[in-house]
Design a protein around this ligand. Structure first.
Ligand code: ADP
Ligand code: GLC
Length: 490
């Protein structure tokens, strides 16, 4: 199958969160399964062209934009470790600035920046003569490719048999734009935007809604989230659009790339291990405590480590953590190791926590891939009390690395973690339902009671590591969806 994937993030070139992991892992897996894949991404100023060996193509691509034409230059590279071509759309107006989205509210012209990427992807396909069987768009950034395919390129010989599949990674970011601007940039008739139209929500142009309404199939990143977004406020206002398209909405659980996340081969770990040598995890824990410069006698105290690697946003349930974590640290019941970056109010809270509990709160702010692997390998438990979680990759990394997850039962967390039952020894973690500090506290207390208490401790960790989240299965599910999209193409 010939697949075009376009997104705002692709690891390792540009990554904020799990979107980038998925837009790298899927093309790699599709290619390995014999499919023909091309990937589109903006050439952000932060992408190191030399490091990734990017080459400027001898192309100046005309991109129709509103009633005028703009131009894109194109750079090409390969997804590292693969022969999947990545086309980088370059524009000094749109991408030569620091950051991917801009701080807080995002760049003022994110409508224009991402509509440009979406339109340019079609035009670059023409220039390189790539006729995709399916266009796979992700989140609000490339959502407008779905209506562009149906409205602007339906008669184009290159795209007349192309199906559109739209994947939602997070309903919280929808791309709500000024309608006059967005319709013009997209090249759509402004009269097509009106109250109740496929482009409109609450008086704005809504890129996500357009993606939902025009796609042949819509997917989201876990089966539970697929239900939640249709029937609960997790739909962030898109419930009725998703109900209209309910028959075409499919939850496909994310997967992880075993070349990157495998404790037996992980190059970031001082000591590698498998389920049958899980005791070797202890050496990674010691190494992590040394990295945080804990003195010898402190390191030798056998206290459970609870890890966390996360964006520091409301979504991740950080407020709940701030309400309960101190009661565990005060009593020295556990150490809390956090790597995170995001909202400054949360960063400041955790920096202060580290100052007050120097031996029990080990905090690093910023972005650090190597440390993110170390934390999974070193942790006994992994904390993820998310307010909502479309899928979540880090709890899957934790399970794979034998760190027992403590999570709230929402979205993909509910699909990957099962509450441990000490009677049957089944389950791989700890789960609470309500977004309440008391419930998190109870779940953490419950979890910490199992620390090195046999036979529960071994059962938990074996159950955790036994699960297979490898990306190959996920990639095949998408191929099935692409096939259905082609059959029902409108
Ligand atoms: P989300 O996409 O909502 O942030 P996911 O769990 O799906 O959540 O994916 C997060 C990804 O980002 C994982 O690969 C995780 O390891 C990585 N990550 C998050 N924060 C950091 C950080 N501060 N340093 C390194 N990696 C991080
Ligand atoms: C989003 C979601 C996260 C999901 C990731 C990859 O960032 O917040 O739950 O795992 O996308 O699909």
């Amino acid at each position: 199958m010939k697949i075009l994937l376009a997104a705002a993030e692709v690891s390792p070139f540009a990554k904020i969160g799990g979107l980038a992991d998925m837009t790298a892992a899927l093309p790699k897996a599709w290619k390995a399964a014999g499919h023909d894949v091309v990937v589109f991404l903006p050439l952000y100023a932060t992408i190191d062209k030399e490091r990734f060996g990017l080459q400027k193509l001898p192309l100046l691509v005309d991109v129709p934009f509103g009633s005028w034409t703009e131009y894109a230059t194109v750079w090409k590279g390969m997804l590292p470790g693969t022969d999947v071509p990545v086309y980088f759309v370059a524009s000094s107006d749109y991408y030569e600035r620091p950051g991917i989205y801009g701080y807080h509210e995002g760049f003022q012209d994110n409508d224009r920046r991402f509509i440009f990427l979406s339109r340019a992807a079609f035009e670059v396909c023409r220039a390189i003569d790539f006729a995709p069987d399916v266009i796979h768009a992700h989140d609000y950034h490339t959502a407008t490719m779905m209506p562009m395919l149906k409205v602007l390129y339906r008669q184009d010989p290159l795209f007349c048999t192309t199906a559109g599949v739209y994947t939602i990674h997070n309903m919280a970011y929808q791309g709500m734009f000024d309608p006059a601007r967005a319709m013009e940039f997209c090249g759509f008739d402004p009269a097509e935007w009106y109250t109740g139209s496929w482009y409109e929500y609450e008086g704005a142009f809504n890129a996500m809604k357009a993606g939902i309404m025009f796609a042949d199939k819509i997917t989201t990143v876990s089966p539970t989230y697929a239900e939640e977004i249709r029937w609960t406020p997790e739909g962030h206002g898109m419930q009725s659009a998703l109900q209209v398209r309910g028959g075409d909405l499919i939850g496909v659980l994310n997967g992880i790339d075993p070349d990157e996340w495998n404790p037996e081969t992980d190059e970031h770990l001082p000591v590698r291990y498998s389920a049958s040598q899980i005791d070797r995890k202890e050496a990674n824990k010691q190494a992590l405590l040394r990295m945080f410069q804990l003195p010898d006698d402190e390191r030798q105290r056998d206290i459970p480590v609870i890890g966390m690697v996360t964006r520091l946003t409301e979504q991740k349930g950080i407020m709940l953590i701030t309400q309960v974590i101190e009661s565990f640290l005060q009593d020295g019941e556990c150490r809390f190791v956090l790597l995170g970056s995001g909202e400054s109010r949360f960063e400041n809270y955790f920096k202060d926590l580290a100052y007050r509990y120097p031996y029990h709160a080990l905090i690093k702010t910023g972005y650090d891939t190597a440390l993110s692997h170390m934390i999974q390998a070193a942790s006994d438990y992994y904390l993820m009390p998310s307010k909502f979680e479309p899928c979540g990759l880090t709890q899957m990394f934790a399970l794979t690395y034998g760190a027992v997850p403590i999570v709230r039962a929402t979205g993909g967390l509910a699909d990957t973690v099962q509450q441990y039952d000490p009677i049957t020894f089944s389950g791989n973690g700890f789960m609470f339902q309500r977004l309440m500090a008391d419930d998190l506290h109870a779940s953490m207390t419950d979890a910490l009671r199992t620390y090195k208490r046999e036979p529960h401790w071994t059962s938990l960790r074996i159950n955790a590591m036994a699960q297979d989240f490898s990306i190959a299965g996920t990639a095949q599910r998408y191929i099935d969806v692409f096939g259905w999209a082609q059959q029902s193409r409108r």
